[in-house]
Design a protein around this ligand. Structure first.
Ligand SMILES: NC(=O)c1ccc[n+]([C@@H]2O[C@H](COP(=O)([O-])OP(=O)(O)OC[C@H]3O[C@@H](n4cnc5c(N)ncnc54)[C@H](OP(=O)(O)O)[C@@H]3O)[C@@H](O)[C@H]2O)c1
Length: 246
């Protein structure tokens, strides 16, 4: 059973995006599952959503490329006829200390984590305006609020996500479009699995709840932000970090 609404989740083949897509599908949204390279993983997400009784389609697009974002949006509309919810999730982290910062790293992080969110939001809003309703949920990071050595570039991109969330929320509120963000702490995905073991143990010591979060825990909150329970909330950044930033 669908709820008649359509959600697009960027970077939904793995990790947090995957969990958001599945949770939204279980909540009745028809879901466009964006991926960059991992078609098999994206198709598996599509099958899970269909098994939960909703509809889904996998769409390949590099969301740091405006032309590909425009094509992806056309495909969403051609498939489902509308777009109600955008989850800007596709992002990368590349830790480098200030003196080691590589121009390519800076470009990649800015292109995906900032420009990608802007391109997708702009193209989504063009589809939402006519209905005067819509929801954008940006996946930020606790690194936007907490200084983690090596993350100057990453934290700058996530700080930008928080700022654009507030500004876009104010701009778009008169048009019935809400914009919020979640700021996860350490979540057990490929991104965190890639950290060296000693780093993981060090980070765990700093988390009052003494565990990493799960992608599903983020997906639950993203789904709540998309729905009527949060109909009077806009411009907010919800921190989900097991107490890390307290
Ligand atoms: N994991 C954490 O602890 C954590 C904490 C705070 C915030 N976050 C944020 O949460 C988001 C997701 O993180 P994650 O840990 O779930 O990442 P992940 O496991 O590394 O998955 C990344 C996803 O993004 C997709 N992707 C990568 N480049 C893309 C591009 N150019 N265009 C479209 N899709 C692209 C990947 O697609 P393919 O499979 O096709 O490569 C994959 O689905 C990011 O914004 C990250 O900054 C994560």
């Amino acid at each position: 059973m669908t709820n008649g609404k359509v959600a697009l989740v960027t970077g939904a083949s793995r990790g947090i995006g995957r969990a958001c897509a599945i949770k939204l599908g279980e909540a009745g949204y028809k879901v466009a599952v964006n991926y960059n390279s991992n078609e098999a993983a994206a198709n598996e997400v599509v099958e899970k959503i269909k098994a939960a009784g909703s509809e889904a389609v996998a769409i390949k697009a590099n969301v740091s490329d405006l032309a590909e974002v425009k094509t992806m949006m056309r495909e969403v509309i051609n498939t489902f006829g509308q777009l109600d919810v955008l989850v800007n999730n596709a992002g990368i982290v590349k830790d480098e200390f200030v003196l080691m910062m590589n121009p390519d790293t800076i470009d990649q992080c800015l292109d995906l984590n900032i420009k990608g969110y802007m391109y997708c939001t702009q193209q989504a809003v063009l589809k939402m305006f006519s209905k005067k309703q819509g929801v954008i949920v940006n996946v930020s990071s606790v690194s936007s609020k907490l200084a983690v050595p090596g993350q100057s570039v990453y934290s700058a991109t996530k700080g930008a996500v928080n700022s654009m969330t507030a500004t876009m929320a104010k701009e778009l509120a008169p048009y019935g479009i809400r914009v919020n963000a979640v700021a996860p702490g350490f979540i057990a995905t490929d991104m965190v699995e890639a950290l060296p073991e000693d780093k993981k143990e060090e980070y765990l010591k700093d988390i009052p709840m003494k565990r990493f979060g799960t992608a599903e825990e983020i997906g639950d909150v993203v789904t709540m932000l998309a729905g009527p329970a949060c109909s009077y909330m806009t411009g907010q950044v919800i921190v989900l970090d097991g107490g890390l930033s307290l």
